[in-house]
Design a binder for this molecule. Structure first.
Ligand SMILES: [Zn+2]
Length: 218
């Protein structure tokens, strides 16, 4: 009488545990596949070495001379651009190199500095800004634009294509273009037309004049 009791539940348990094991194995396999997919899609592009530096041009009109500068408290490698002739307000901002727009919007807050009210309330952050992905992990950023960017996220732009106008939105003292070149996560020294800008740190005030060779759209 007592012989049947231990065997039957054990058999049931064995069947159930085999099924549980199959489910568990499936879950583990699925988890491994998802992990592999995530690594392939998200992580590999991040750890892959950057491609060669694109031949960036000044983000302003062909033939114009602009002053590039930085000041203590700016940030290493950050470049502020001011025209050497004429007013800065509304001047065209051009793509330094061909690429795909990844940001076109507002960073921080706009504030109220306009051509009609240049000393209006100061905003926060970058104001209207654009970020372009040039491939090979290279990016450029354009801050403090006057108006909503002339490009939208996902749009492909040519080198020299206008993406906005110079303004003073965000945390900006006077109308100018704040500009950055990035390789991977890091800001790097901005190069224009193959030559380094010389702006590598923000320990001291520094300015240099450069003429734009951003002359061919395409
Ligand atoms: Zn700046």
């Amino acid at each position: 009488m007592t012989t049947g009791r231990p065997t039957s539940p054990r058999t049931h348990r064995r069947v159930r545990s085999r099924r549980t094991r199959t489910v568990l194995v499936s879950v583990v396999v699925a988890a491994v596949l998802v992990t592999v997919a995530v690594v392939a899609v998200l992580v590999v592009p991040l750890v892959r070495p950057a491609g060669p530096r694109p031949l960036f041009q000044l983000p302003v009109a062909c033939g114009e001379t602009w002053q590039l500068g930085t000041y203590p408290g700016h940030d290493d490698y950050d470049v502020d651009l001011f025209p050497t002739e004429g007013k800065a307000w509304g001047r065209p901002v051009l793509a330094s190199y061909a690429g795909k727009v990844t940001v076109a919007g507002i960073n921080g807050s706009l504030g109220g500095r306009t051509p009609d009210d240049p000393n209006g309330p100061r905003g926060r952050g970058g104001g209207y800004w654009v970020k372009i992905d040039h491939g090979g992990r290279w990016e450029t950023q354009y801050l403090h634009l006057l108006e909503p960017p002339l490009v939208r996220v996902g749009q492909r732009v040519a080198q020299g294509e206008q993406i906005g106008r110079v303004g003073s939105t965000g945390n900006s003292g006077a109308p100018h273009l704040h500009y950055e070149q990035r390789r991977g996560w890091e800001k790097v020294e901005a190069y224009f037309d193959g030559a380094p800008s010389g702006i590598t740190h923000d320990d001291t005030e520094y300015t240099v004049r450069r003429k734009s060779n951003n002359c061919v759209t395409g």
